[in-house]
Design a protein around this ligand. Structure first.
Ligand code: 6AU
Length: 250
């Protein structure tokens, strides 16, 4: 088995500025944890970001589930990201032609390009849909992207989607999904982020499947785990366990 390179050693091999920054940050902060901040109000999001900020390399957001999104939120979130030194990944999953994706990325209510470090696109329309997101026309040079397929049960990856994934991966270099056959050993310049992680394997009752951190990082050679409800509901587990010990039989 080839020796696994350290994240910091891989920074020089990264495919773009975002990848390099992320690998350096992971090495320096000694964190390969990303939290999926799937909350529905700005106040909860800011509170969560400030609480988990010291532990994480990436905060993953879905700002279109916030009931009160505002530009003020993005300014505050950026300040928390600078304070704790993590990157913001808006999990937008674009899926259209390049011209439309670029308008959605820069405009609309969210103006994702202004405040996120990383965003992502489905490979369904083909790799061309995110080709404009490099240093290309209409996009800020800070634009970054990720690719993804689904971790939920019942997915049907078509060969064309797989091809699109492969081609874009070559150009863009940060790669996000659960079941890709490419490990970092295949190309240490790519970064693999994997969602669907909890402390024990299993799933939710809507088709999500979970793996453990060790399974993802050690066995499958991925780089970053993304944990959502497993961390956000830690309070629930904590109080449940605490209350349960009071009920334990002598
Ligand atoms: O740990 P969970 O199940 O609470 O949250 C998992 C997070 C959610 C999903 O939108 C996301 O990861 N996700 C993704 C991403 C990151 O794009 C892809 C995927 O295949 N499965 C998945 O759960 O925010």
């Amino acid at each position: 088995k080839p020796k696994r390179l350290a994240y910091g050693e891989r920074a020089v091999l990264a495919q773009n500025a975002a990848g390099k920054k992320l690998l350096d940050l992971m090495e320096q902060k000694k964190s390969n944890l990303s939290v999926a901040a799937d909350v529905t109000t700005s106040e909860e999001l800011l509170k969560l970001a400030d609480a988990v900020g010291p532990e994480i390399c990436v905060l993953k957001t879905h700002v279109d589930v916030l009931s009160d999104f505002s530009e003020e939120l993005t300014v505050k979130l950026r300040a928390i990201a600078e304070k704790h030194d993590f990157m913001i990944f808006e999990d937008r999953k674009f899926a259209d032609i390049s011209n439309t994706v670029s308008m959605q990325y820069e405009g609309g209510p969210f103006k994702i390009v202004d405040w996120s470090d990383i965003t992502n696109a489905h490979m369904v329309p083909g790799p061309g849909s995110i080709d404009g997101t490099g240093e290309g026309a209409g996009f800020a040079a800070t634009c970054r992207d990720e690719l993804q397929r689904n971790s939920s049960t019942g997915r049907v990856p078509s060969s064309s989607r797989k091809n699109g994934c492969g081609q874009s991966r070559l150009r863009h270099g940060i790669h996000l999904h659960k079941s890709c056959a490419w490990a970092q050993a295949a190309n240490p310049g790519f970064i693999h982020m994997t969602p669907g992680v909890q402390t024990s394997a299993g799933g939710d009752d809507l088709g999500q499947q979970y793996s453990t951190p060790e399974n993802v990082i050690a066995d499958r050679q991925r780089d970053i785990i993304i944990v959502g409800r497993g961390i956000m509901h830690a309070g629930w587990y904590r109080s449940n366990a605490w209350e349960s010990q009071k009920n334990s039989k002598p």
